[in-house]
Design a binder for this molecule. Sequence first.
Ligand SMILES: *Cc1c(COP(=O)(O)O)cnc(C)c1O
Length: 434
Amino acid sequence: MKFTSTRDPKLESGITEALEAGLAPDGGLYVPTALPRFDAGAFQPHISLPECATEVLAPFFDGSALAERLGAICRDALDLPLPIEPLATTDRDDPAWMMELFHGPTAAFKDFAARFLARSLGALRSESSPPRTVLVATSGDTGAAVAAAFHRQPGFRVVILYPDGRVSGRQAHQLGAFGDNVQAFRVEGSFDDCQRLAKQALGNPAMVERHGLTSANSISIGRLLPQISYYALAAARLAASGPLDVVVPTGNLGNALACILARDMGFPIRRVYLATNANRTLPDYFSGADYRGRAGLRTLANAMDVGDPSNFERLAWFYRDTNPRDAGIHAQSIDDNAIKACIRREYEVHGRIVCPHTACALELLSRLRAEGHRQPTLIAATAHPAKFETVIEPIIGRRIPLPPALDDLLKRPSHAEPLAPGLDALQQALAANP
Ligand SMILES: *Cc1c(COP(=O)(O)O)cnc(C)c1O
């Protein structure tokens, strides 16, 4: 399979080159030139995630240096618990399920893809390869997932940029707690500033060369592709109930785009609902306004505080001959008050504790159901609630027990250096901390 750039159709690259570069040389995002097709009934309902991913991803890796090792990479990276449980919803018994994507080492869905990317880049490395610096801008969860995935992996260092004061206390602690080959910088600015800085550095050939820079953000094709596999798995497992609608908490549009691609590859998914927080860029676009990226607003669902979702460029590319608005994709914005009310209702009515991001998806489903929507629906639950205890505990009035991996990390000491939001400051920091 060949890959190209969203900006330059003449660019042609293989998957390994696309994985190693992160961002295409013209500043665009890597995209596969075609999508493989699968039969709706391609998989047994009880296939494991590593098996499912090996099959789903094989066409993308066909003919590459990683083709032979894809199965081993999937087994190593994706063998994480993935409960898909029926969801009791408030007043109707139309079927719904929750897919819990938060049982990895950093308790958010990003563990799946970050681990896949780390194992892939590790497999591509040889003894003589120069050291690589994985540069990652994070609104909270990406940085931790990437750090955990590359922690102590020979030949790699991780440099994390996060917006100072805009991630939860536990998220900040987690980001600074790895040590060894992981460095955390708290940037004076927003997540969009961090992301712009990472993009500038990765688009700067001298910096890329000097520091062996690569990306692990959701702009990396190695993050996008593995996420397709859990939607394929869920659709296969629930196929007997008919095609699914899926509600995905959405910020940078990485996770939801993977769901859209799973559908477009033939898995039995009908509509994809993007649940955003108060950041309305996608809801506005899908209600007919021109796409307009803007500054990110701070919300309780902070891992989705994105005003200019970078994967929109990919979505627009995949639908370049048609229109993303005619593609069975819907978006709704859920503000902080609705997030709080949903967290309270879920706890009081169902005894369920959900993170603020997952609450956006549940609230969207509840609004759909109130309008008479009856389709079997899957909710993607993106983080463990214990990561957002400062939001949730005051609402539900009790402590949330920590999952063991998170507990271990939070017991370690933590350190992050301050950083001004400019390329010069980043250059200096990279050079000063080789
Ligand atoms: C990153 C993140 C999201 C948003 O995912 P995107 O791929 O950026 O749309 C949602 N929820 C949680 C918990 C996250 O960490």
